[in-house]
Design a protein around this ligand. Structure first.
Ligand SMILES: C[S@@+](CC[C@H](N)C(=O)[O-])C[C@H]1O[C@@H](n2cnc3c(N)ncnc32)[C@H](O)[C@@H]1O
Length: 345
């Protein structure tokens, strides 16, 4: 069997990637760059099957810490807007092919029963968050990273009030969708640097958006959100954080999917929340794995339409992203938490 020139190039690049970015990065980029649609069973099996101990040790230990720091410093010189655009401004129609049809939520759902669909699980999650946010008609409510507006819509359906709702996103495609489909107030702005008026919101929530906030940005952001809340206000955050090292090699691999983003450690988040003046009154954990599998299956079912919309490379990127993330949670490198942070003590 002779290898074509593209395949030779992919393999040569994979070897170079191992040296520069580590084994996990190299494997993921090798899959993502396949010129033909990936075999779903192969990619899921390969990326989720536990490897030998030496391989895991190599994946977790290389690149060395000083190299990780250096590599990330270069990534962090790019703006958040660039990274968000790269991941989210692919095509709204493409996301519709694998997200739940009702709310189009791109965040961990609550699968409780074996026959749950992604639709049932996302509505259950949205209800859970509704209970944490406790929105009331007449309140000013801010959604940090509103995606396609599903949670705003859920709140509006619950309170009957849309006037006080505002969404923020850095994705042009999402902002257009939310304002055209629902007519909600949505601003295309970076919530990490946005200027908030003091006491301008009764409730602020972020679902799956704190993962994009770099560790050094967490405390300043929480301080500003604390100020932006009314005296009895609350902040509800749903996001995953690291259980171990503050700069694992997975942060380097993660740059393939989320350029410029880096997760924080759970303990560091707790510390920052306290330092910003919040009291944590709720902290629950949830399993991301069933959601990732559900998105993967939906995408595979809609393979041809997906490729027609975004091309083979982007299709392969997501087909790789879901199992790679599944393994990340399966290995307990990170855990999804839901928090309520109260301003009043
Ligand atoms: C994983 S999606 C979740 C979307 C939505 N909350 C949901 O649950 O479906 C992350 C969202 O955060 C937004 N986002 C991330 N970083 C942001 C930032 N610095 N400023 C504004 N929006 C941001 C993205 O544009 C996207 O809408």
């Amino acid at each position: 069997m002779t290898l074509g020139s593209h395949e030779l190039w992919r393999r040569a690049r994979a070897v170079a990637d191992v040296a520069r970015y580590g084994l996990s990065y190299a494997m993921v980029r090798y899959f993502v760059s396949a010129p033909v649609p990936l075999d779903p069973d192969h990619v899921w099996g390969f990326l989720t099957r536990p490897g030998p101990a030496w391989q895991d040790a190599f994946i977790q230990g290389y690149p060395f810490r000083f190299q990780r720091r250096w590599l990330l410093a270069r990534r962090f010189s790019r703006s958040h807007a660039d990274g968000i655009e790269e991941h989210y401004d692919v095509s709204n129609a493409f996301y519709r092919l694998f997200l739940d049809r009702d709310l189009m939520l791109y965040s961990c759902a609550d699968f409780d029963r074996p026959d749950d669909t992604i639709e049932t699980a996302q509505v259950r999650k949205a209800d859970y968050l509704l209970n944490l946010i406790q929105p009331r008609a007449g309140e000013r409510i801010l959604d940090l990273g509103c995606g396609w507006g599903g949670m705003m819509h859920h709140i509006h359906a619950h309170t009957g009030d849309r006037a006080g709702l505002r969404g923020m996103t850095l994705s042009r495609e999402q902002a257009r969708y939310v304002s055209e489909k629902f007519g909600y107030d949505v601003v295309l702005e970076d919530f990490i640097t946005a200027a908030f008026e003091p006491a301008s919101y009764d409730k602020i929530y972020g679902i799956g958006s704190m993962e994009h906030v770099r560790p050094n940005e967490v405390l300043p952001l929480l301080r500003r959100l604390h100020q932006a809340l009314a005296p009895t206000g609350r902040l509800v955050l749903h996001f995953f954080s690291l259980n171990g090292d503050d700069l694992p090699t997975s942060t380097i691999t993660g740059q393939i999917f989320f350029p410029g983003s880096a997760l924080s450690r759970y303990e560091d988040f707790l510390q920052a929340a306290g330092d910003a003046g919040f009291t944590i009154t709720h902290d629950s954990t949830h399993d991301y794995r069933p959601t990732l599998r559900a998105w993967f299956d939906r995408l595979v079912q809609n393979r041809d339409e997906a490729i027609a919309l975004v091309g083979v490379q982007t299709y392969n990127r997501y087909l790789t992203f879901f199992p790679a993330s599944w393994t990340f949670f399966d290995q307990k490198q990170a855990t999804l938490h839901r928090f309520v942070l109260e301003k009043a003590r």
